[in-house]
Write a protein that binds this ligand. Structure first.
Ligand code: HEM
Length: 418
């Protein structure tokens, strides 16, 4: 058997392909082989260098001058000419913190961060609990639910929209727009669908523009008003196009699917690790540590991209200037060189915070406080209301193809109803 083949997943480092949702169901054996045999390798499928070890990933993240985030995601890069022409009729896609560097990054991050700091998250805590409770009330008597679809999916988007002051009735439409846009960037959309997806993106832009105008005319205490206020304080205030990108991209799109998948991943880990759920039910103060370990053990953040600004050596491999690196956070968080027994879910491990679930360095997730609060509140409620929660035997959790986020989009759980 060739040394880079993997009997468990029927994949090897040459066929590693996050566009294949099936591979994402359980990629850890394949990642372990990468770390052992090919820690840095060229993936023709992705057109990027894949970096899989914790130490190599962190050395890249510590050096933003040589590993740029700018243009890491290029919306419109592979669009059909017709779709490209249509895209040009909208607001130009401007950068967000995630795909910018240096002072531009700091400025954009300050604006988004103004709506995601500790004060805002604390202020929204009671409302987050209410939104979670409403959803749970909807199925608590059913004894069985697809928790990924019926809870994890809508809950973080409800929170984000509520924080922005957007009517929850608009949620299904916003979800479609956001999914269409994310898929254009992170998945593979067939060319025949490009025009429709771009149309959807332009509608999303127009919607955000109307929201911004409404809040400018009538500011409040909501997250959008905060961002508008923070923007006005900048020496270079954000343009209209920048505000749209920040709200649509850095807040709505980045702020919900990640949290949705993280909730499903965490639930799955807690319900499949013997004793883990019972321990939380008995002592909900364990939740914070369990969450961190779940972020490590089943990393929702699959991988992120950086661009080499000069010829560099990573993990002994020379990488040419201009090449793209795909930092496999989900692999780094399972690195045996960093974590003892990485394949065990162990919230008591001393370095539980060393995971890469929210990235590291200048681009560390600006929404981490909110994501943690949402997950903690959700788990507290489930532990209180559905202590007998268990994973249903069938059907298996379903994963969707994605280069950046990993987690079940469908996962059935059950509990006894009195
Ligand atoms: C569990 C949920 C979440 C996960 C797993 C997650 C993961 C990540 C990761 C790994 C990064 C680093 C990107 C890089 O290294 O280039 C990141 C950055 C970012 N996240 Fe999150 N995120 C979550 C929730 C959120 C939320 C709730 C928001 C906003 C409401 C958000 C907004 C952002 C933004 C704007 C950045 C870019 C920050 C920067 O580049 O300075 N995320 N996130």
């Amino acid at each position: 058997m060739p040394k880079d083949s993997n009997p468990t997943t029927n994949c090897n480092v040459h066929t590693f392909n996050p566009y294949d949702g099936e591979q994402l169901r359980d990629p850890h054996a394949m990642f372990a082989e990468m770390r052992r045999d090919r820690p840095v390798f060229w993936s023709p499928e992705l057109g990027m260098w894949v970096v899989s070890r914790h130490g190599d990933i962190c050395s890249v993240l510590r050096d933003p001058a040589r590993f740029s985030s700018q243009d890491a995601f290029a919306i419109g890069a592979d669009l059909t000419p017709e779709a490209t022409a249509l895209l040009a009729t909208g607001h130009p896609h401007t950068r967000t913190p995630i795909d910018s560097d240096g002072p531009e990054h700091a400025r954009l991050r300050r604006i988004v961060g103004s709506a995601l700091n500790g004060k805002m998250v604390e202020r929204w805590g009671p409302r987050i609990r209410e939104l979670a409770r409403e959803l749970l009330d909807g199925f608590a008597d059913a004894g069985r639910v697809d928790i990924a679809a019926e809870f994890a999916e809508p809950f973080p988007l409800r929170v984000i929209l509520d924080m922005l002051g957007v009517p929850l009735a608009d949620l299904p439409q916003i979800k479609r727009w956001s999914d269409d846009w994310f898929e254009l960037i992170f998945a593979r959309v067939p060319p025949a669908q490009h025009v429709a997806r771009v149309e959807s993106y332009l509608e999303f832009q127009r919607y955000c523009e109307r929201m911004i105008a409404a809040r400018e005319a009538n500011p409040g205490e909501d997250a959008m008003s905060e961002m508008l206020r923070a923007g006005r304080e900048e020496s270079v205030p954000p343009s209209r196009a920048e505000l749209i990108s920040l709200i649509a991209g850095a807040f709505i799109a980045a702020g919900h699917e990640t949290s949705s998948r993280m909730l499903s991943n965490t639930m799955r880990v807690l319900l499949t690790t013997p004793g883990a759920w019972a321990a939380i039910v008995a002592d909900p103060t364990r939740i914070a540590r369990d969450l961190e370990e779940a972020l490590r053990f089943e990393s929702t953040a699959l991988g992120m991209v950086r661009v080499a600004t000069a010829e560099v050596v990573v993990g002994g491999q020379t990488i040419p200037a201009g090449a793209r690196l795909y930092l496999l956070y989900a692999s780094g968080s399972r690195d045996e060189a960093q974590f003892r027994c990485p394949a065990s879910f162990d919230p008591a491990r001393a370095n539980v915070m060393d995971h890469l679930g929210f990235g590291r360095g200048a681009h560390y997730c600006v929404g981490a406080l909110l994501a943690r609060a949402e997950a903690r509140i959700a788990l507290e409620l489930f532990a209180e209301r559905l202590p007998g929660l268990r994973l249903a035997a069938e059907p298996d959790p379903v994963h969707r193809s994605h280069t950046t986020i990993r987690g079940p989009v469908s996962m059935w759980v059950e509990w006894d109803v009195a």
